[in-house]
Design a protein around this ligand. Sequence first.
Ligand code: DGL
Length: 285
Amino acid sequence: MSQPMPASPIGVFDSGVGGLSVLLELRRELPHENFIYVADTGNAPYGERGDDFVQQRTLAIARYLQDAHHIKALVVACNTATTAAVSELRSAFPDLPVIGVEPALKPAAASSQTHRVGVMATRGTVQSARFEQLRLAFSDGTEFRPQACDGLVRAIERGVEEDPAHATAPAEIRALCARYTAAMGSFGQRTGDIDTLVLGCTHYVFIKDELRELLGPDVHIIDTGAPVARQTRRILVQRDTLADESDAAHAGQVRLYTTGRLTALQAAGQRWLQLAPEQCATLPA
Ligand code: DGL
């Protein structure tokens, strides 16, 4: 393998389009970097597939990004894949800097005034040993209410395909959000209320408006895109592989690949990142 250079791209992947919420923050933080994004939509949702499957897919995608694109760092823009596979990934690719995404329990515990925090994530994330460790680490004085949101990733992926203009959220998404937020308890600022909601799945960032409408303006909704982007910058600086702004090769180019339907990825890339359809291509699942 050739040595990664500052001009090499950064690999980013998710089970689908959710990781585009992280890519959005990465581009804001690192506008001169080139990115290769893989949406494994042909195999989504990961959260309902089990650890062995998610590990196998994560390693295969990392191998592809390293062999075909010579990436200098990998951002696992998926909470479920981070929980299930980040240790295996680091062992299999010891020279590749890997940045994972985990539910932001620490900042939520620090900012909650009612000391009650809701966490929406996939079943895989909520039931993992890694999540339990995280919860125990920050539960001193804070009660977390984790909620496995079965079906929500699938509904968001379907929404992208069926409603490219995103004029209205599909009724299915609104119904699932209503059911899962109600299951966590009452939201608000009074004693006993949940005043902070952690989005522990990168897909859910794209339904923040629907959640905000249900929960009202005062509930603090936290996601991890921006901190992950800042952490990626720190790692590139440490490794001396940050893109050189004066070099034309560092033009901030982006290529998106999907193992699912190309038109769905094109719609998502256009809607959320203003990317041209030609920047998208398919990969075998
Ligand atoms: N965006 C992924 C995450 O952050 C969704 C996983 C799934 O496909 O269930 O967990």
